[in-house]
Design a protein around this ligand. Sequence first.
Ligand SMILES: NC(=O)C1=CN([C@@H]2O[C@H](COP(=O)(O)OP(=O)(O)OC[C@H]3O[C@@H](n4cnc5c(N)ncnc54)[C@H](OP(=O)(O)O)[C@@H]3O)[C@@H](O)[C@H]2O)C=CC1
Ligand SMILES: C[C@H](O)[C@@H]1OC(=O)[C@H](O)[C@@H]1O
Length: 254
Amino acid sequence: MLLQGKTVLITGASAGIGRATAVAAARHGADVALNYLGDPAGAESAVREIEAMGRRALALPGDVAEPATATAFVEAATEALGRVDVFVNNAGICPFHAFLDMPTEVLERTLRVNLHGAFHMVQAAANQMVRQGGGGAIVAVSSISALVGGEFQTHYTPTKAGVHSLMQSAAIALGRHGIRCNSVMPGTILTDINKEDLGREDGKRAAMEARIPLGRLGEPEDLAGPILFLASDLARYVTGAALLVDGGMFVNLQ
Ligand SMILES: NC(=O)C1=CN([C@@H]2O[C@H](COP(=O)(O)OP(=O)(O)OC[C@H]3O[C@@H](n4cnc5c(N)ncnc54)[C@H](OP(=O)(O)O)[C@@H]3O)[C@@H](O)[C@H]2O)C=CC1
Ligand SMILES: C[C@H](O)[C@@H]1OC(=O)[C@H](O)[C@@H]1O
């Protein structure tokens, strides 16, 4: 039990990595508040799964691109669960698009959801941790894409580098409050975000798989362990760090 009696808040927890992490946190003894945007059924099914383990859970809708969502989420979760021990910034989008004709609205939406959303959410969670005292842990879901590029991700990869950088600077700003800030960098994980891209007929999925020394694409549950480790006291002296969770894809140059 890595998070016995702790309260965990997670954005984008109706599906994929966020949902798997929410359920795993409950399995490790935490009560969980889940933010989501457009999939109430996914969020409610996660709540039911968590409650079946005897833990408390609530699902709160809200667009992380709106600054007001951050304070509303943290306030509602704190009122319901008492405090915020762990915050996981996970919500994100990756609308694959070519660079030369990138529509401004696609660029701006991606920046607002992935980067501005992360800033406001992390700031709101940190303020609550400072108010209540006792420290805390923040884990952001960055990406291998913070370190390498993607032809159809020119709007997306800077947001993931930004989230990684946000965790480094926040680690400095919040260390004096006992709040640790780290990021995970997933490789390619099978979720809705890339279903269409990996289904391309030019063999994209096989090409990605061929780069991975562990021989398979990731599953959402592959991220839960590393995220919970960084959130837990097992990582009590880890802050400002980034953990690649990619089956070895990044180091596989030749
Ligand atoms: N899958 C991968 O290969 C990788 C993913 N990542 C990152 O992992 C994170 C999770 O992605 P993943 O699980 O793959 O994707 P999914 O599409 O499976 O899940 C995305 C989640 O984010 C939520 N979400 C999207 N936009 C918003 C918003 N504006 N406000 C609130 N919630 C929102 C969705 O909510 P709803 O469905 O309710 O609308 C959903 O719960 C992202 O930050 C992504 O960049 C990083 C590296 C690799
Ligand atoms: C959505 C992509 O599959 C993906 O997201 C990332 O951050 C990595 O680039 C993955 O391949």
